[in-house]
Design a protein around this ligand. Structure first.
Ligand code: HAM
Length: 424
């Protein structure tokens, strides 16, 4: 029997969950403010949905999906959520209510990759999808939301790169051109890229191996080979971003790993992350709604990898989440414990974060726990206090002690100056 979480998965224990909750709450707030409504789709979908949308010759579909069963009924654990959101949008006929709709999601995704730092088999994404418009200002909005979100997380030092990759039709000429150019230097490419020459030549632009990078950097830019209307779309996206004060770099070699992308694509990376440095990826997918049986509607979105955001926050020293407690109820002697329990309940019912000792420890050990938990006050319940019917409350920041007449006075004292430490 294996008593470990499977490789590439991990438990989020209470000590880390606070930070997860903070990121999720921040994301929900930002997404709502920008007009995105939450959508929750199943983690299981028919495998064919991903094959059709992400593309047969992609790494994810070829080798990274967790598939259950075979044939038409086979199911897959979702490796991403864009396809699911479009599927749900069409299945619920939302496009008939109003074509333009904006969604956000937060949840686990699954890819059977080789686990390493920043690469998990179960990981979490927070993402948005805006469906039903071809407006370049919408691309700019989506990119801006991603940057705003990192700002709201308190994360700086990230890098945004942007490109336009056209449509399968409009990039055909460029594809043939680079296939021909790269084909001449096939010997110098890595084995993976040699395979990609036939199957998925654009992925070669994305290869990180120095030999391949050297070759691809001498290729002409895709932007010079797209039709004028597509170039104009990209110029408008860039100009809107500039006027919104969003810093970015144009990167003519940026490509994405899924077939559904068209036109604008972008990626946000962070230098603190090492090899798996992408925090966020996204772009337009103007053919996907129609490819999945809907009307021809443009769409654009992104997804952020939560584990990688946490890593970047940790690396830049911004992940500290000091636990905060309002009151620790410390007891001296076993006889007062039932009375202390009544106080504990009253404090919690009043909306305070309160804790007490359940392990029969000494007062000194209880004070240590109070400190560790970041308690602002300690209510000391001893036999004297119990006999006299008074409440001794110690302010942990000033070491000042007050003797108060009743629990209401304790609640009033502990409620003042709580700042953002509310739980009610
Ligand atoms: P993606 O680039 O495959 O795009 O994933 C988005 C983000 O998820 C990545 O930038 C990374 O932070 C995180 N991520 C991906 N794989 C892993 C992994 N194995 N372990 C940890 N984190 C990972 C998408 O998924 C698209 N659906 C994004 C999108 C939405 N495009 C348009 N709309």
């Amino acid at each position: 029997m294996k008593l470990k979480a499977p490789p590439g998965t991990e438990d989020i224990l209470p000590a880390q969950a606070g930070l997860w909750q903070r990121l999720e709450a921040t994301a929900r707030e930002v997404f709502a403010r920008w007009g995105y409504g939450e959508i929750r789709t199943p983690v299981l979908e028919f495998t064919s949905l991903f094959v059709r949308s992400i593309g047969e010759a992609t790494d994810v579909v070829e080798k990274e999906m967790y598939v259950i069963g075979e044939g038409d009924d086979s199911l897959a654990l979702r490796p991403e959520a864009t396809a699911s959101v479009v599927r749900a949008y069409l299945q619920a006929n939302l496009h008939k209510v109003r074509a333009f709709q904006k969604f956000y999601y937060i949840g686990p995704m699954f890819r059977h990759e080789r686990p390493q730092a920043g690469r998990r088999r179960q990981f979490h994404q927070m993402g948005i999808e805006a469906i039903g418009s071809l407006d370049p200002l919408l691309d700019a909005e989506v990119v801006t939301v991603a940057c705003e979100l990192f700002g709201a997380f308190g994360l700086s030092g990230f890098r945004l790169r942007l490109n336009s990759i056209g449509t399968p039709t409009s990039r055909r000429g460029y594809r043939e051109l680079i296939r021909e150019r790269l084909g001449r230097q096939a010997e110098a490419l890595c084995p993976d890229c040699r395979r990609r020459l036939e199957r998925n030549v654009f992925r070669i632009l994305d290869c990180k191996r120095p030999a391949c990078v050297e070759i691809t950097r001498n290729l002409p830019s895709i932007l010079d080979h797209l039709p004028e209307d597509e170039r104009e779309h990209f110029r408008r996206v860039c100009s809107a971003l500039r006027s919104a004060g969003v810093e970015f770099e144009e990167d003519p070699y940026l490509v994405r790993g899924f077939d559904y992308y068209t036109a604008t694509v972008f990626e946000i990376t962070h230098g603190a992350l090492g090899a798996q440095d992408a925090l966020c990826g996204g772009g337009r997918y103007d053919n996907l709604v129609a490819d999945l049986g809907g009307p021809p509607l443009g769409a654009v979105g992104f997804a952020i990898g939560v584990e990688r955001v946490l890593m970047a926050l940790r690396e830049s020293g911004q992940a500290e989440e000091r636990p905060r407690l309002d009151v620790f109820v410390a007891t001296v002697g076993g006889d007062v414990r039932p009375a202390a329990f009544t106080h504990l309940v009253a404090l919690r019912r009043a909306g305070l974060r309160a804790e007490a000792d359940y392990e029969g420890r000494s007062l000194k050990a209880q004070m240590r726990s109070a400190n560790k938990l970041g308690a602002r006050f300690v209510l000391i319940v001893g036999e004297d206090e119990a006999r006299q019917g008074v409440f001794r409350l110690r302010n942990m920041a000033t070491a000042e002690e007050k003797v108060l007449p009743d629990i209401q006075a304790v609640i009033a004292e502990a409620t003042t100056d709580r700042g953002s430490n509310r739980c009610a």
